[in-house]
Design a protein around this ligand. Structure first.
Ligand SMILES: *Cc1c(COP(=O)(O)O)cnc(C)c1O
Length: 234
């Protein structure tokens, strides 16, 4: 591998990000061990939204290959050119997807974690067909039933999962973002219950503040931003 241009950022930044990644991975491994889980079953999705390019380059240099973004446009500036340089890169969309951005999103991302409504499901199904590149999907569940938050309501989840399957979308799992002002574990438990009764194996849950609890409660994907990259508006 030769990615010299990706490692030329400040040595301080490279060491800082490598150190942060090592710590997050160690904490995931420790949490997995407490729950008698294999740490290899937990994927660290490094959320690179709003991060300067130098810090993303440092994460790549440290070996991180799975990244998440919450905006299609910004993700293109971070990742379009890197798609070809790193063939083992895996990009997850974790933010809301407008139907008029579906084509761009399917072109860039490997995984769509924010599938949350029938209209979007229909657009995705059509685009997967047209492009010939189906993408792995996670259905976002609004476990806290917050009016301002995306995601299907828990009571509507079973029917929505069935509707997505009827459209032959490759639905692999569920994703949630618990309310900021509540303990997260009950939301992780609820997400796990909905997934289990629908035969879905993947759970995307846990962020910088609670990825260890999420790991102990069965997360297969933890989405860690500031824990990996440092504060966003620094
Ligand atoms: C920003 C973001 C994260 C990461 O949040 P941190 O607290 O920085 O770890 C995770 N998931 C989603 C959907 C996000 O938008």
């Amino acid at each position: 591998m030769s990615h010299e241009n990706e490692t030329s950022g400040g040595a301080g930044v490279a060491a800082e990000i490598a150190g942060r990644l090592g710590q997050v991975r160690a904490r995931i491994a420790a949490a997995a061990a407490r729950a008698a889980r294999d740490p290899g079953d937990v994927t660290l999705v490094a959320i690179s939204k709003t991060q300067p390019d130098e810090r993303i380059a440092a994460a790549l240099a440290a070996g991180q290959r799975v990244f998440g973004e919450n905006r299609v446009q910004e993700a293109e500036t971070h990742w379009a050119a890197r798609r070809d340089a790193f063939d083992d890169l895996e990009l997850h969309l974790v933010g809301p997807l407008q139907t008029n951005k579906v084509r761009e999103a399917v072109a860039l991302f490997d995984v769509i974690q924010s599938l949350d409504r029938l209209k979007l499901a229909e657009h995705l199904a059509r685009e997967f067909d047209r492009a010939g590149t189906p993408r792995r999907c996670f259905i976002q569940v609004n476990t806290g039933e917050e009016p301002q938050k995306a995601g299907v309501l828990p009571a509507e989840a079973d029917a929505f999962i069935a509707a997505c399957r009827a459209l032959e979308l490759p639905v692999e799992g569920l994703m949630c973002i618990p309310p900021a002002d509540e303990p997260a574990p009950p939301h992780f438990v609820l997400l796990g219950e909905i997934a289990a009764r629908n035969g879905l194996a993947q759970l995307s849950m846990g962020m910088s503040a609670d990825f260890e609890a999420a790991t102990e409660l069965g997360a297969t994907h933890v989405r860690v931003g500031t824990g990996v990259f440092g504060p966003r508006d620094a």
